[in-house]
Design a protein around this ligand. Structure first.
Ligand code: NIG
Ligand code: FE
Length: 424
């Protein structure tokens, strides 16, 4: 298939973009792409590719933007129930971590998730995943973490693998057994940390090698935060995971600076995420590393807080900067990377070009998939978007509505229906 007549083809070619290289879109005006067998086989101008591939079936991009699909590298996609009641409490003045300490927050979603069957979990998660897809996310990382006990954590992983199979979105799973202290260990956080390290992680490794041997091992993540896992416990979890061969991620500096970002660098984690209260020393460490700095601006927005990731400082320090939704029932229930871009531009002073690189090639690198997705280059998976607008700067500028017209996933074209009425 020849996709032609794109006003701007954003290739994002050349690999992850560090520091001030962020925002190099690699634009081809009047661009075109040839796709065969789920892969991109040619990239160029419409004139060039129409000449070189005269007999190829065509898809007219209609003088609109053609770009890589969004890669969302941090979501808590799978859970049961909702926490609309807590949103009211938070807007009434109660703090997120105080609700958690009182047995609400993550723990209330854990209670709902533990009692939900596999079928119910899949049925509740599917619409979120499809909303992500229709807003342009072609690959999403998805964390467990609402089980906090072996059997439920495993059920969440299995449900994620089933959703990956049935949906067009590729799901990259992460094990987040260390998301909160399980209620059974309420007054014994070290006891639960030991349970994660001595029981859950070895079990996960064995299960994975038996049941999903062809898939890469999932990431292992930890919520390094006061009232969750302290720096030492986070180190224990990530070190154990590393010794078993798992790639690593961390939730760091969402509310307090405990040093989690530097720990991530030290252990060679793929990313350190949130990074709101990050110290200058942590920023410098990230800047010298391959650990991607993943910012989640919807989270402070969702909590009605005023402080955001020091993105300009991270870029200045030469870090590899990426963006994600953090979609979850507690702090931010949002499926759209377009909204993340709009928020990132305003709250962290990114340009639309920088935010686009942070949601495609750099976010692909945050889940260590930049060799196959995140840009429009020959040999990569054919995951692309046709927007309904002719200029990429409309992304971020406009928000709250969907600018994606068509999603191309592994070479298949999906149309996003917008703006029509049907009468009975
Ligand atoms: O990334 N910080 C920990 N986890 C989520 C919130 C999860 C929840 O509240 O259910 C986050 O913000
Ligand atoms: Fe998170």
């Amino acid at each position: 298939m020849l996709i032609h007549s794109a006003s701007q083809l954003l290739t994002l070619a050349g690999g992850p973009q560090r520091g001030h290289d962020l925002g190099k879109l690699g634009i081809i005006e009047k661009g075109a792409v040839v796709v065969r067998d789920e892969k991109i086989v040619a990239v160029g101008t419409t004139d060039e590719l129409k000449n070189a591939y005269p007999d190829e079936p065509t898809l007219d991009a209609g003088n609109c933007v053609l770009m890589p699909g969004f890669v969302d590298p941090h979501t808590h996609l799978i859970w049961a129930g909702d926490r609309a009641n807590e949103f009211s409490m938070k807007m009434g003045g109660m703090a997120y971590l105080d609700i958690l300490a009182a047995g609400g927050g993550i723990i209330s979603t854990v209670k709902a998730t533990r009692t939900a069957s596999m079928e119910s979990l899949i049925a509740q998660t599917r619409p979120r995943l499809l909303r992500m897809f229709s807003h342009g996310t072609t690959t999403a990382e998805a964390k467990t973490g609402y089980g906090l006990q072996t059997a439920t954590e495993l059920r969440l992983l299995k449900a994620l693998l089933a959703l990956d199979d049935e949906s067009p979105v590729d799901i990259v799973p992460t094990f987040l057994g260390a998301h909160a202290i399980a209620p059974e260990y309420k007054d014994n956080p070290q006891g639960y940390t030991d349970e994660v390290n001595n029981t859950m992680l070895p079990m996960l490794k064995e299960w994975w090698e038996t049941h999903a041997p062809r898939l890469p091992l999932p990431f292992v993540d930890v919520f390094c935060e006061n009232k969750a896992f302290d720096l030492e416990q986070s180190r224990q979890v990530l070190s154990k995971a590393k010794s078993l061969g798992f790639p690593l991620k961390i939730h760091a500096d969402e509310f307090d600076n405990l040093g989690g970002a530097s720990l991530a660098v030290e252990l060679g984690a793929a990313s350190a995420d949130h990074l709101v209260k990050t110290s200058d020393a942590d920023i410098a460490a990230l800047g010298k590393s391959e650990t991607v700095a993943v910012s989640l601006p919807c989270t402070p927005f969702g909590l009605a807080e005023c402080q955001y990731t020091p993105a300009r400082k991270l870029i200045e320090a030469d870090a590899i900067f990426a963006l994600a939704t953090d979609c979850n029932p507690g702090t931010t229930w949002n499926e759209s990377m377009q909204f993340v871009i709009a928020l990132a531009c305003r709250t962290m002073k990114l340009t639309p070009a920088e935010a686009i690189a942070a949601t495609t090639i750099n976010s692909a690198y945050a889940i260590r998939r930049a060799d196959t997705i995140g840009s429009v280059e020959v040999g990569k998976q054919a995951d692309m978007l046709i927007l309904s607008v002719p200029d990429y700067r409309q992304l971020g500028y406009r928000y709250g509505t969907n600018l994606v017209k068509q999603v191309i996933k592994r070479g298949r074209v999906y149309s996003v229906d917008v703006g029509y009425y049907r009468t009975a």
